[in-house]
Write a protein that binds this ligand. Structure first.
Ligand code: GLV
Length: 387
């Protein structure tokens, strides 16, 4: 068993064990990848404050997200094609999250279906919805999520059209991979992945297959996103979905104070400050940099969460210190999943929880819910002077 001490260890194993096409899918931003890079490098600018001689016993990372108790304020973000990173990947990630006590969010663009997850887990999971032109699909997805006992609906607002990720075009990304010579040769170097994939039936977009009218090319994320996603999505459609769902609602993909104000007045339970991991609008500012102005705009009208760039428990600590109530990991758990399946997701969660806990101890904080602005140092020019 390799010794795993940090998320980067999992990433190295992941790169060795998963076909290049899927590694590249996860490990990419759009266009120049500026936002993708800055999502992580901006975290490096924030520093924890070293405090001493503070009783560090009785620490806890427990918290609450939209009224739900969590072992730490870190949920699994919805990640498209997770079941291509590892056979039955969404089921494995959901089971790891359940055992750990953090929420799992299933993407609309998943390989395993809502029903697959419901069948293999007991804890209620969250379902992330993309709005399609086909209203029947939206209606039935909401009903399927309700029937599966999902305890929150997460509506993603920043991807009605797919940002261009150069590598996906060059690799001819598809699920399952097309049997071209380069793909076959690459898969032959990934025997563990290939054998497990041959052992499952779950190799296409099972949330969509058979549920959306008129999808010609089911295997290409790009072609069916472009043909099926509803480019007319606006706040009135969001309101329709909110009313139809009637349960806990999380709005994902807010990266501007103006949109945050609208979201806060909207009656949602939480918003996620997110730029989709740098995969959509390249050049947009990092989520961690946008967090303070967004919080100033919404005050405590709505619970504010953050994703994009979290690769360690220290990053979680910094996001909480800047005022996020909670965070999400996407790539950090995907590295674990591709490296070691369900066990790898558990390892990723363990690593992050330990880093958070030790950072709390050395910063003089006992409870994750007490982490506040006073626990970090932030350069004066961190937010920048943008007009
Ligand atoms: C889907 O959510 C993607 O970013 O590819």
């Amino acid at each position: 068993m390799p010794v795993i001490t940090c998320i980067d260890d999992l990433k190295r194993l992941y790169k060795r064990r998963v076909p290049k096409m899927f590694y590249d899918y996860a490990e990419a931003g759009s266009y120049t990848e500026q936002t993708f890079r800055e999502n992580t490098s901006d975290f490096d600018k924030i520093r924890p404050r070293q405090r001493v001689a503070v009783d560090m016993t009785g620490r806890t990372t427990e918290s609450v997200m939209i009224g739900q108790k969590v072992a730490m304020p870190v949920a699994l973000a919805p990640v498209g094609m997770t079941g291509m990173q590892c056979a039955d990947g969404e089921i494995k990630a959901a089971r790891a999250a359940e055992a750990f006590g953090v929420p799992f969010t299933l993407s609309t663009m998943s390989i395993c279906s809502i029903e697959d997850i419901a069948e293999h887990t007991k804890a209620p999971f969250w379902f992330q919805l993309y709005v399609m032109k086909d209203e029947d699909f939206v209606d039935s997805a909401i009903e399927r999520a309700r029937k599966a006992g999902c305890s929150a609906l997460m509506l993603t607002l920043d991807l009605q059209i797919l940002g261009q990720r150069h590598k996906d075009l060059k690799n001819g990304l598809s699920a399952p991979p097309k049997l071209t010579l380069p793909n076959i040769l690459n898969m032959m170097t990934k025997p563990r992945w290939s054998l497990q994939m041959l052992g499952t039936q779950r190799r296409t977009f099972r949330n969509i297959a058979g549920h959306v009218k008129g999808v010609d090319d089911m295997s290409s994320l790009m072609s069916w996103t472009n043909s099926q996603f509803d480019p007319k999505l606006d706040w009135s459609k969001v309101a329709r979905i909110r009313d139809q769902w009637g349960g806990k609602l999380i709005l994902k993909g807010i990266n501007d104070p103006e949109d945050a104000r609208i979201a806060a007045d909207f009656g949602a339970d939480a918003l996620i400050v997110s730029n989709h991991g740098g995969r959509q609008l390249d050049g947009a500012l990092s989520s961690i940099r946008m967090l303070p102005p967004i919080l100033r705009a919404v005050g405590d009208k709505i619970e504010v969460h953050l994703d994009s760039g979290i690769r360690s428990g220290q990053d979680v600590f910094k996001a909480l210190a800047l005022g996020a109530k909670s965070t999400y990991i996407g790539r950090s758990f995907i590295y674990g999943l591709g490296a070691m399946g369900q066990e790898g997701v558990t390892r990723a969660l363990d690593v992050i929880q330990k880093e958070l806990d030790i950072t709390m101890a050395l910063s003089g904080v006992q409870k994750a819910t007490d982490i506040a602005r006073q626990h970090v140092l932030v350069p004066h020019d961190f937010e920048g002077n943008w007009v």
